[in-house]
Each structure stands twice: as structure tokens, then as C-alpha cells.
Ligand binder design. Structure first.
Ligand SMILES: NC(=O)c1ccc[n+]([C@@H]2O[C@H](COP(=O)([O-])OP(=O)(O)OC[C@H]3O[C@@H](n4cnc5c(N)ncnc54)[C@H](OP(=O)(O)O)[C@@H]3O)[C@@H](O)[C@H]2O)c1
Length: 413
């Protein structure tokens, strides 16, 4: 059962005034206009801030309908859900503010997508609301930004090509970040610091964060050891040094959930990991050590009160982030190396224009919302999906035709 199409709006952007919400709103306005083929509105807790945003967006922006809703006020969330088929939310950290909206979407059968990368929160939402979402028909899709669309759709694309070329999926896939040019925003830093703080206080959570299958259904487990890069390592495929990739902790979990929700299509023994290329020779090795030291310093200092203030002093505050020029100058290039059980290899590449975390994330999230509103068939059941398992080729088409991403095969052998 899905929600009636007889709602005022196809889609509502909740958190339109956030740093990434403003980028997303501008993108939707430029791409789809207002009151034309797509009926949509912006929402948030502050009328004044929403009015200012409309003014900043120019004459077209002033026509955008506004809904006032507060993440902590359940009745306002219910009223918002009743008016639309799909909600896109950028109100985070989601572990702090996100649950009442997920609950309202699940109760009203409203489709939902967001930008969370908080594994512990996703797991909690699945445990609490999966059954209810299945009966109300609400399709919930977390992780629709840089984490984890390029990874999740990148693996989905590689496996399609492997099946076409070799007649079988790849048992092992490695993702290597060749370039990721961009900055973090205050909202992302706040979310990362919140995970560090919660993990420091809770040994059970640390265990959960270390489990590659933590957001898979309980029956989807594997005895095959998942690779996980902890220190500097040399990569023979690309002849470069590697360092851990900070988003790998969420992306790997989403990719495994996608495998599970597609009926273990990549195989029960499928392995996946992510790392960053840091360069060749001694310079590459040193850069790898520097990244490892920087990450350890950030997470350790964020975890405990005596040093948390120091991190807060130097990182961007909520609402802050890269300038429009920096977003446009950003770019990313991810390489995927897949190997089948019988030793065949495929290398693919995913790129995105604009900086990964904001310019590109705003467009990906917007297209994920559009895909939910217009492309996913009504018969597709409710529940907690992933981008690849629910939106699949329909999203790939939108990402490449509208959102500035490319997906291509580099080599097969
Ligand atoms: N997955 C990815 O690739 C990716 C990339 C970027 C960001 N993110 C995540 O996306 C989220 C947003 O990031 P950001 O940098 O854009 O954050 P931000 O600028 O700090 O914005 C936070 C938003 O939450 C809103 N908010 C806070 N409490 C609220 C409440 N009680 N009711 C309604 N709205 C409330 C704020 O509203 P006001 O404007 O009224 O204060 C603001 O719009 C973060 O969780 C971040 O981690 C993920």
C-alpha cells in the first residue's frame, strides 16, 4: 500500500535553511522551477529564515510555498507529512533530531530520504520502525549524499557490468578515492563529533560500529573476513600508498545492506572496503601517515570533554561550509576494482563535478527525492531501503543526466 497521490505536494524539503538545504533548494529551483511539473515546498522551524532564503533565491524563490515544522514537535511533523508524498530532510545531526520525523513518515506512509551517515542511528531506526514502514508503505532511504550514493551506486554499476561481461558478479570489490576535493561543513563536523562522543561513552556502540554487517538484516551474515585498512598500505593495482577513508565506515555498511536487500546478489562471501590514494613513493607514504594521525587526533579529541572545545574552536560551526566558488572548484574521482571468484578483473570509475560534501551532495539528494516521487513504482513495498536497492538504474539515469556524475568502465581483463 502506498500513499495516495492526492497530496498538495509531490515533495517537501525539510531543513531548507541548513547549509546543504540551501544548495539543494537552489538546485531544485533551477532544475524544476516552481509550481510546474513538480509541486514542492520548503520547510523548517523558522519563518524568518525561510523568508530570507526565498528572498536570496530571487523572483522564482519568492513563489516557493513554506511549511513551518519543528523537528521536536510531533504534531507539526504530522501536518507536514499529510501534505506531501515525499520528504527530503537535511535536519541533522540526525541522531539528535531525526527520529520524530522518521516516525511521522512511517506512520503516515510518506516516503523519506536524508543525508545521515550515522550508522548507530540508522540501525536504531530500522529496529524500531521497519515493520511499521512495511505496513504503512513508507519507503525510507538514508545516506543519499556523498555518503553513500557514489559508493553504493558505484558497486551496483560495477556488478551490473561484471554480470554482463563475465556472467557473474565480483566477489571482492575495492573502492579507492583518487581525488576528493572539497571541505567539511559545520553540520557534518557536528555529526562526526556526536558519533565520537557517543562511541567513547558506550562500549556496545563501539562494537556495533566495528561490525561491517551492523545495518544488514540479522539473517545476512558472512564468515568471510572483511578487509579494513587501519594503517598505511601500498596498493599494487594503482602503485600508490593508501590511507583509511573516513566515509568508509558508513559506505561499507550501506553497500553490504544493498547486497542483502537484493537477495545477496553480489554473493554471500562478497567483500568490500574503501581507502584513499595518497600518492607514490616516500611522499605518498608520509601523506598516508599524516592522514592517519589527523583522523586519530580528531576522533580522540572530539570524544572527551577536556579537548572537545579545542576541536570546536577550529572546525566550521553549524550553518557554515565551503563558499560557492570552492563548491564549484571541487571534484571527485573514485576507482572501483572488482574481482570475480575465478580471477577476472573489472575496473570502473565514478566522478562527480563540484565538491563531494555539498555541491554534489545537494544535487544527489535532490535527485534521490525526485526518484522516490516519480520513478519508484507504487507496488514497491515500504521499509528501510538503500539507494542502490530501491532507486537502482532509475537513480543512475538521473545522476548522470542531471546531477553531474559519470559512471564508466575503465578496464576489464
Ligand atoms: N551524507 C553526506 O554526504 C552529507 C553531506 C553534507 C551534510 N550531511 C549531513 O546533513 C546534515 C545537515 O548538514 P548542514 O551542514 O547543512 O547542517 P547545518 O547547516 O548545521 O543545518 C542544520 C539544520 O537543522 C535545522 N534544525 C535544527 N534543529 C531543528 C529543529 N528542532 N527543527 C527544525 N529544524 C532544525 C536547522 O534549522 P535553522 O536553519 O532554523 O537553524 C538547520 O536548517 C548534517 O547531519 C550533516 O552531517 C551529510
Amino acid at each position: 500500500m502506498t500513499k495516495s497521490t492526492d497530496t498538495t505536494y509531490d515533495l517537501v524539503v525539510f531543513g531548507a535553511t541548513s547549509f546543504v538545504g540551501q544548495i539543494l533548494t537552489r538546485y531544485l529551483l533551477e532544475t524544476y522551477g516552481v509550481g510546474q511539473s513538480v509541486s514542492w515546498a520548503i520547510a523548517g522551524r523558522s519563518q524568518g529564515k525561510l523568508d530570507k532564503l526565498k528572498g536570496d533565491l530571487g523572483p522564482k524563490g519568492t513563489e516557493l510555498p513554506v511549511i513551518i515544522a519543528d523537528a521536536a514537535d510531533e504534531s507539526s511533523l504530522q501536518v507536514m507529512c499529510d501534505q506531501t508524498r515525499v520528504i527530503i530532510s537535511t535536519v541533522g545531526p540526525y541522531a539528535l533530531y531525526g527520529e520524530p520525523l522518521v516516525q511521522a513518515c512511517v506512520r503516515t506512509g510518506t516516503d523519506y530520504c536524508d543525508l545521515t551517515g550515522e550508522v548507530q542511528w540508522i540501525r536504531k531506526m530500522v529496529e524500531r520502525y521497519e515493520e511499521e514502514a512495511q505496513s504503512s508503505g513508507a519507503r525510507i532511504v538514508h545516506c543519499c549524499g556523498f555518503d553513500s550514493i557514489p559508493s553504493d551506486m558505484g558497486v551496483w554499476f560495477l556488478q551490473n557490468k561484471a554480470e554482463e561481461t563475465f556472467g557473474a558478479p565480483c566477489r571482492d570489490v575495492r573502492m579507492r578515492v583518487k581525488v576528493a576535493k572539497g571541505e567539511f561543513s559545520g553540520g557534518t563536523v557536528a555529526s562526526m563529533m556526536n558519533v565520537a562522543r557517543e562511541a567513547a561513552a558506550d562500549p556496545q556502540l563501539r562494537k556495533e560500529l566495528a561490525n561491517p554487517f551492523s545495518i544488514c538484516p540479522p539473517e545476512h551474515r558472512s564468515t568471510t573476513r572483511q578487509p579494513s585498512l587501519k594503517g598505511a598500505e601500498f596498493d599494487k593495482t594503482f602503485n600508490v600508498w593508501l590511507a583509511p577513508f573516513v566515509m568508509g565506515a558508513i559506505n561499507t555498511r550501506v553497500v553490504h545492506r544493498s547486497n542483502a536487500l537484493q537477495g545477496a546478489r553480489y554473493g554471500k562471501e562478497f567483500t568490500y572496503d574503501e581507502a584513499m590514494m595518497t600518492g607514490r613513493g616516500a611522499k605518498g607514504r608520509l601523506a598516508s601517515y599524516a592522514i592517519i594521525g589527523g583522523l586519530a587526533g580528531f576522533f580522540t579529541a572530539s570524544a572527551i570533554k577536556p579537548t572537545r572545545w579545542l576541536v570546536e574552536k577550529f572546525v566550521p560551526k553549524p550553518g557554515e561550509g565551503p563558499s560557492p566558488e570552492a563548491q564549484k572548484a571541487g571534484f571527485y574521482d573514485l576507482r572501483f576494482v572488482g574481482r570475480t571468484e575465478d580471477g577476472k578483473t573489472i575496473i570502473t570509475k565514478v566522478t562527480g563535478d563540484q565538491d563531494p560534501g555539498y555541491g554534489s551532495t545537494g544535487k544527489m539528494l535532490g535527485e534521490a527525492g525526485m526518484c522516490l516521487a516519480f520513478d519508484v513504482p507504487a507496488e514497491q513495498p515500504g521499509g528501510f531501503w538503500t539507494p542502490a536497492s530501491l532507486l537502482d538504474g532509475k537513480l543512475l539515469e538521473r545522476l548522470t543526466s542531471k546531477a553531474g556524475l559519470t559512471f564508466e568502465v575503465v578496464e576489464t581483463r
